[in-house]
Design a protein around this ligand. Sequence first.
Ligand SMILES: Cc1ncc(COP(=O)(O)O)c(C=O)c1O
Length: 372
Amino acid sequence: MNDFGRQWETVRADAVRVFDAVGRSGWYILGERVRRFEAALGAFWGLPEAVGVASGLDAIEIALRAAGLRPGDRVLTTPLSAFATTLAIVRAGGVPVFCDTDASGLIDLNEARSALRAMPGIRYFVPVHLYGFPIDARGIRSLIEEFDLRCIEDCAQSIGATEAGQATGLTGVAAATSFYPTKNLGAMGDGGAVLTADVGLAAQVRVLRDYGQSAKYRHSEIGWNSRLDEVHAALLEEVFWPRLAAWTERRGQIAARYLGRWQSERVRPVAAPDSCSSGWRPSWHLFPVRVAAEHKQSLIGWLRARGIFTGEHYPVLIPDQEAMRGVSSACFGPLENARGLATEELSLPIHPFMTDEEVDSVADHVARWRPE
Ligand SMILES: Cc1ncc(COP(=O)(O)O)c(C=O)c1O
């Protein structure tokens, strides 16, 4: 699914130089390198404030707290995502309310509207740009306006994606992203960031990430230890950042190659959302396909026997996870589309180091597969 060996060969000289520079600087946490990376990230995203934190999970959790979430507040979100999305809501004290996705795996904004009408008083919304597919920003905005929502967009998978010419994450009060190594902009360890146009919210995130410390040894909040390391910030800024555009471009080429060569009737790429505009450009964090649930294991096994590893994003809906037993939450409706994707979705390899021959070989093996 990824090839960190090839990645390391590509970045090695730069990474070693950066590591050496940080080592020699003698400053390892929340220093000049973090400030520089935050400035570059904000400028890229078109937002004045970017605040580095320790993970994507923390970015969502801290953003929710900084946005005013209080224990017991309900948060509308999707049942189909990394567990971290809901974990952040629960850890922040929120009560997740799950509503269905559309056939593309993105939260269904019509369902979201119905849920918000049926359950008045929900003030927080966490949509996820899943697979790197951008959600229709106008649709999110109209919900925010109609229901006066505080929206934190989960952009962990969507860095580099655009919709109607705009990056994801510009519609809500803040965006959260992750630098987990497999992400499109991945560090060599954990990291994340909160991005926002709200200077007050950014200031609050800065306080919360550092023990709730508003001035040295003055603690105004019960905060976190969620600081971005200098070495990760420096690697992100100097090693991975300059390659992101080319790597995103390559992911797009691979997706186009898969789609152009697609022959299988039994396995279908997950459809783009109906609402998508002509300027809809996924980051292609993943390349999700669908296969009949009863045959999924057969396809996984067939590909694995040919040296092709796949992923499942995500096979168990969040409200069905064991950890959610006894946790206060609610589902709006039977979540039919999300359940369908949970049983049928499979992610094919898509990473910038794949050669055209490898892409063709994956597509051809998928086409040759027959259910046992
Ligand atoms: C959609 C989504 N949200 C949140 C996260 C959490 O990010 P992290 O692993 O950096 O905590 C991830 C990554 O796993 C993710 O894919």
